[in-house]
Design a protein around this ligand. Structure first.
Ligand code: NAD
Length: 314
């Protein structure tokens, strides 16, 4: 079993990845870390470090002591938060990346996972069925940092043989943890409001179509990518992956089938402009061809699971 370190583990993806990897590799083989204090009890049940990925010395100490085989480097500032503080976003997203990449070389980490995003695309990218290889001129600091990171993944693989693998996640939808400040967060909040019996005010326009994915699919994609033989990973920048594309109106109508009284209003803010620069749907046939990627959750199935899980908690 590989021993893994997760950075930014207390976030939306890290919380679910921690639980899945513990089941798969054993509790003792999953070391988690984050720079914020964990709120979720699950982090008290395993080995957890307070780690700012900008602190190279502490990162080295942890890697030296824990002797991990794989790193899942999730720590980042996301799209909406990044726009509030562009320099900080660049610092965390890029210098954090370099610290992980350099420390991985030093301590001979066998594999690294680093998530990219559909935010690498911009207004000049084809919006429908966006190809794996296409124009990418992002307009957010988040997208610029992800695009640069993809280039560095490719560079570290070819130049130093560091086996670093990456996915361009679309918007991710989950019920265990709240999202951390992205442009697709509305698609999680809407479920919480429906279950609480509250009205929902959407920060995007009703017809803004974006690519999305249920978290179970995203975690499975991540693990399938990481467990594929190295020779199957032909794309060393980052793979397009997707599942569902929908608009706020479409997700609202799907939820309404279960909560007929549920009401929505639209009050677009700065995130509308970010969303408008992103693709509406993604071509992930390269991931399907290279390592067999296929999503399982569509809008109906995801809506049912989200509403059931959240109403059990309520
Ligand atoms: P999140 O904001 O929920 O979690 C990120 C975590 O990183 C937080 O717990 C935060 O405390 C931590 N962090 C931030 N700066 C740090 C630092 N300097 N040192 C250590 N920890 C730090 O984000 P998420 O949704 O879990 O995203 C994880 C990764 O996936 C990010 O790289 C993000 O860009 C990428 N991604 C997410 C989505 C999505 O929809 N959630 C989509 C595309 C890509």
């Amino acid at each position: 079993m590989p021993k893994v370190l997760i950075t930014g583990a207390c976030g939306q993806i890290g919380t679910e990845l921690t639980l899945t990897l513990r089941k798969r590799y054993g509790d003792e083989n999953v070391v988690t870390s984050d720079f914020k204090e964990p709120e979720n009890e699950i982090f008290k049940e395993g080995k957890h470090y307070k780690l700012d990925v900008l602190d190279r010395k502490r990162l080295d100490d942890i890697l030296k002591f824990e002797e991990v085989d794989h790193i899942y480097h999730l720590a980042a500032l996301l799209s909406a938060k990044g726009e509030e503080n562009p320099q900080r976003a660049w610092e965390i997203n890029m210098n954090g990346f370099f610290n992980i990449a350099e420390a991985s070389r030093k301590f001979e980490v066998k594999k690294v996972f680093w998530p990219s995003s559909i935010a690498v695309f911009g207004p000049t990218t084809p919006v429908n069925n966006t190809p794996q290889f296409t124009v990418a001129e992002p307009t957010t600091v988040y997208g610029i940092s992800k695009l640069a990171g993809e280039g560095w993944c490719n560079y570290y693989y070819h130049k130093f043989g560091l086996d670093i693998r990456s996915l361009r996640y679309p918007g991710l939808i989950s019920h265990k943890t709240l999202p951390g400040g992205g442009t697709t967060d509305y698609a999680v909040d809407i479920f919480h409001k429906a279950v609480k019996g509250e009205d929902f005010e959407c920060f995007l326009e009703e017809d803004t179509r974006l690519p999305m994915m249920y978290m179970d699919d995203a975690i499975r994609a991540t693990i399938e990518l990481m467990e594929s033989p190295s020779e199957n990973i032909k794309v060393r920048t980052s793979y397009n992956v997707t599942a569902i594309s929908f608009t706020p109106k479409e997700i609202y109508n799907t939820i309404k089938k279960f909560y007929p009284e549920f009401k929505i209003t639209y009050n677009p803010d700065f995130r509308q402009q970010i969303a408008a620069s992103w693709p509406q749907s993604i071509d992930d046939s390269q991931a399907a061809k290279d390592w067999g990627w296929k999503n399982e959750f569509d809008l109906e199935k995801m809506t049912k699971v989200m509403l059931e899980a959240l109403s059990e908690k309520a």
